[in-house]
Ligand binder design. Structure first.
Ligand code: ZN
Ligand code: ZN
Length: 256
C-alpha cells in the first residue's frame, strides 16, 4: 500500500497534529500519495467536535495547496473532502469538487448533524443508510465510500436488513465503478459483542463476505486523525486477518 486518501486535520475538532506533520508522516511511511479528506463544512452548521466551520474552508484549501507545492518532489499531496450525502446539497458538493481533487462519502448521519448512525441503529436505519450511500454513489460525485460498514458501530447484531444494505451498496458500487474502503481505524473502538461473538465494528466480516460476491474495487484507508496513525502498518495485518480468505480485489496502489 503506497497511498492514503483518507486523512483529517485538526480543524474537525477531533483530530490532532499540524497539516504538515501528516505529510511528513506519509513520507516516512513510504507513501507516494497523501490525500486530505477532512470532514466537509456546511454553511450554518457549527459543530466544533465534528467538522470545521464554514469560515475555515479557505484556510484548509490554502494550507493543503501550499503543501502540494512544498512537497511536490517527495510526495503527491491531494486535496479532498469527506461528505455526508444529502441531495439538497448537490450544487455545493459540485462547487467544492471544482476546487479540489476528490470527494468521498462517509455517511455518519441520517439527518444532517443530528441523527448519527453510531448509536442504536435499527433495521430501518440501516436501510435508510444504504439508500443514502447508494444515492451518493449514483450522484457521480464521489471516488469511494469510506467505511461502508459504519452502521455496525451502532448495532450488536447482524440481520437480513444488514445483508440487504450490503447488496444495495455493492451493486451500486459495481455499476458505477466506485470503490469501497476497508477502514483501518474502526479497530480503535475495540471489540464489542455481536450476536454473542466479539468483533470490531468495522471492517465487519459478514459485510465483506457479501462485497466479495461483486466485482468491486476495494482500497485501504487509515482514516488518520493523528499523523502517527499513518505509520501503524500493524493495523493492516490485523484487518487482513479479519478478512482472511475473502475474494476481495484490494488495490494496493489505488489512485484517484
Ligand atoms: Zn473524523
Ligand atoms: Zn474520516
Amino acid at each position: 500500500m503506497d497511498y492514503n486518501y483518507h486523512t483529517h486535520t485538526d480543524r474537525c475538532g477531533h483530530a490532532t497534529g499540524d497539516d504538515e506533520q501528516y505529510v511528513r508522516a506519509a513520507i516516512d511511511a513510504g507513501f507516494k500519495v497523501i490525500g486530505f479528506s477532512d470532514h466537509i463544512p456546511f454553511k450554518n452548521v457549527i459543530h466544533p467536535s465534528e467538522r470545521m466551520n464554514y469560515d475555515q474552508l479557505e484556510d484548509y484549501i490554502q494550507s493543503i495547496e501550499s503543501l502540494k507545492v512544498k512537497y511536490k518532489d517527495q510526495i503527491d499531496v491531494k486535496l479532498g473532502f469527506e461528505l455526508e450525502y444529502f441531495p439538497e446539497y448537490n450544487a455545493y458538493y459540485k462547487e467544492l469538487l471544482d476546487r479540489c481533487d476528490y470527494l468521498i462519502c462517509g455517511q455518519h448521519n441520517k439527518v444532517l448533524d443530528k441523527y448519527s448512525y453510531d448509536q442504536f441503529t435499527n433495521d430501518e436505519d440501516v436501510l435508510v443508510y444504504a439508500s443514502q450511500v447508494k444515492a451518493a454513489i449514483e450522484s457521480g460525485l464521489i471516488s469511494f465510500v469510506a467505511h461502508p460498514d459504519y452502521f455496525m458501530i451502532g448495532r450488536r447484531s447482524w440481520s437480513k436488513s444488514c445483508e440487504e444494505a450490503v447488496h444495495m451498496i455493492a451493486k451500486a458500487a459495481q455499476e458505477h465503478h466506485v470503490a469501497l474502503e476497508i477502514n483501518l481505524n474502526g479497530i480503535r473502538y475495540g471489540k464489542s459483542t455481536y450476536d454473542g461473538k466479539l468483533a470490531y465494528p468495522y471492517p465487519f466480516r459478514p459485510f465483506w463476505e457479501i462485497v466479495s460476491q461483486y466485482n468491486v474495487q476495494c482500497l485501504y484507508s487509515f482514516d488518520a486523525h493523528k499523523p502517527y496513525t499513518l505509520l501503524e502498518k500493524e493495523r493492516i495485518e490485523l484487518v487482513e486477518e479479519i478478512l482472511k480468505d475473502l475474494n476481495l480485489s484490494i488495490n494496493h496502489s489505488y489512485r484517484i
